[in-house]
Design a protein around this ligand. Structure first.
Ligand code: ADP
Ligand code: MG
Length: 538
């Protein structure tokens, strides 16, 4: 389609000639999307003006559709341009005094097409670039991106052989620039041959082939293995660029009334960059700020991410969804495996009035419909206990019969703070002496020590010889709340029979504590000795 051979271009300058193109040969086939890429001053514009028939070469041969155009004069070149080439420029080059549709019709007048036929073609092209609804606007009433779309429609109106774009996105912000690249890619996919000039390392990868120009020569001719798909800019791994785009999209979405439409794009983008950690770290703030139901959905998804840093970001920004929603995030945050997330969640809770959260907490504790995560239910009880509000006592009591043992264990701890009457505590705790969960059972024993010592000790004796290791570990833990002699007796008794390492270490921990409290090592050794002795005798 295009074949150039040994093209040169010289300019006279201050009595000398400077050589700008020094012998360029290449072919461009139908359907290609070629980027001419190179540093400023390398001759890109000069080469492109020759390819676009805006200027003739000093020497060499230029065959366009088999026709030698290298020697053509100004009129001939103008004719060729009008017939075969559509131009898009960085500055759009629209005529300000006439409407959008008239701008697009213009090239057709030069080739003698009548007004109504021209208008019909112009309208088709404007529809194609998505501007069918702006045909009677003046250029200055349009945004930069819309102006460039008009320019694209104008370039296409006479069905050119090739579309020529000199820095088509140079005057646009990068989001709009990508939209225009997307449009050009779409046209290329429809069969239009495209040549673009760019000095952007990024933009040259939207095409399928790059001609690198340095100092008037082609130094490399490269096929782009994986062109960036402008509508799906994910192929671009320059994170900073992605982050910028996320923000651009996000800000646009939050500003516009049609946030819904833009949200879809934002979500798609988010899906695409999911694997890029740095981008994903930006997502919580962005989606939380949007604060729409859709965004809440994304925020929930982000909060389930395995990386705690992302969960922490959600905690930081979720208050924009309103207090109630935010509280549900904080609650989950309190039960998070990661310390930092828990820390942030506690901090966030601190600013929330108790009246406002207690409903959220109650809901989370409701049987069946409450929070499914037992760690959350357990944490709620600790929070409630911290508030020491008697009106929340019922919640704690409800926790005593929670299906999960960890929750019951925490409820017992909370009970110690919330319930002051001894008889009531005794009544509530007694049923938990036989609890199947070791921590709940140990807490129940500990709680009962001050209100029904006999019942507590009885169960402790059973628990410390339980065949379940965990039970014996927790029983050994309870020992530190007994009087020295009571504890030492149980300990010594057990120490001689115990074989499990975990239980032994608990026993030793408690012993250490007892030693600190005045029982001498000698006394302990005597007790151990005598019991071992009686055992061996027995
Ligand atoms: P690029 O587009 O790669 O930045 P250009 O093709 O515009 O490069 O210019 C390449 C060199 O040719 C520059 O040094 C420029 O000054 C020179 N040049 C371009 N056009 C002319 C001209 N009409 N007269 C004299 N020098 C020119
Ligand atoms: Mg240039």
């Amino acid at each position: 389609m295009i074949a150039i051979e040994n093209i040169t271009k010289q300019f006279p300058l201050a009595g000398k000639t400077i050589s700008v193109l020094k012998g360029i040969s290449t072919n461009i086939q139908k359907g290609e999307f070629v980027s001419i890429m190179g540093p400023s001053g390398s001759g890109k514009s000069t080469l492109s003006s020759i390819l676009g028939c805006l200027a003739a070469p000093s020497s060499g041969r230029y065959l366009l559709m088999g026709e030698d155009v290298s020697k053509a004069g100004g009129d001939k070149l103008a004719k060729i341009r009008n017939k075969h080439i559509g131009f898009i420029f960085q500055d759009f080059s629209l005529l300000e005094g006439i409407s959008v549709v008239e701008n697009v019709m213009l090239p057709l007048f030069y080739v003698g097409i009548g007004r109504s036929a021209a208008r019909k073609k112009a309208l088709e092209r404007l529809d194609q670039v998505g501007l069918g609804h702006r045909i009677n606007y003046l250029p200055r009433q349009l945004s930069g991106g819309q102006k460039q779309r008009v320019a694209v429609a104008r370039a296409l109106v006479n069905d050119p052989l090739f579309l020529f774009a000199d820095e088509p996105t140079g005057a646009l912000d990068s989001r709009t620039g990508i939209e225009i690249m997307g449009l050009i890619q779409k046209l290329n996919a429809l069969g239009h041959t495209v040549v673009q000039v760019t000095h952007s390392l990024h933009h040259c990868n939207f095409g399928k082939r790059i001609l690198y120009l340095v100092d008037g020569l082609i130094v490399r001719d490269e096929t782009v293995q994986r062109p960036i798909f402008a509508l799906d800019e994910v192929e671009d791994k320059t994170t900073a660029n992605l982050v910028n785009n996320i923000w651009r999209l996000g800000l646009a979405a939050s500003k516009q009334e049609g946030a819904q439409a833009d949200f879809a794009e934002l979500k798609r983008f988010y899906e695409a960059v999911k694997e890029d950690h740095k981008c994903l770290l930006e997502a919580p703030q962005l989606f939380c700020q949007l604060a729409t139901p859709d965004a809440l959905h994304v925020a929930r998804e982000l909060f389930a991410h395995k990386d705690w840093a992302i969960r922490a970001e959600v905690i930081k920004y979720c208050k924009s969804f309103g207090r109630e929603e935010a509280c549900t995030f904080y609650l989950k945050g309190l039960a998070d495996d990661n310390e930092w997330v828990r820390f942030l969640a506690v901090g966030a809770f601190r600013g929330v009035p108790v009246e406002q959260i207690s409903r959220v907490l109650q809901d989370a504790l409701v049987e069946k419909t409450g929070d499914k995560d037992e760690r959350i239910r357990a944490t709620i009880l600790v929070i409630i206990a911290g508030w020491k509000r008697s009106d929340l006592k019922e919640l704690v009591i409800k926790g005593l019969s929670d299906p999960d043992g960890r929750v019951r264990a925490n409820a017992i701890e909370a009970l110690e703070i919330m319930v002051t009457s001894n008889s009531e505590r005794a009544e509530l705790l007694k049923p938990l002496l036989k609890d199947s969960n070791n921590r709940a059972r140990a807490n129940a024993i500990k709680g009962l020590l001050s209100v029904d010592k006999q019942a507590a000790l009885e169960d402790l004796h059973k628990m410390i010889v339980d065949e379940n290791n965990l039970m014996r570990v927790s029983a050994a833990w309870v020992l530190r709340f007994l009087s020295k002699s009571e504890a030492a007796e149980v300990l010594v008794n057990r120490l001689t029979k115990e074989k499990e390492e975990g239980v032994l270490s608990q026993i030793i921990g408690s012993l250490q504590q007892l030693l600190g409290e005045g029982i001498t090592l000698a006394q302990l050794l005597v007790m151990i000795d005598s019991s071992a002795l009686s055992q061996s005798k027995g």
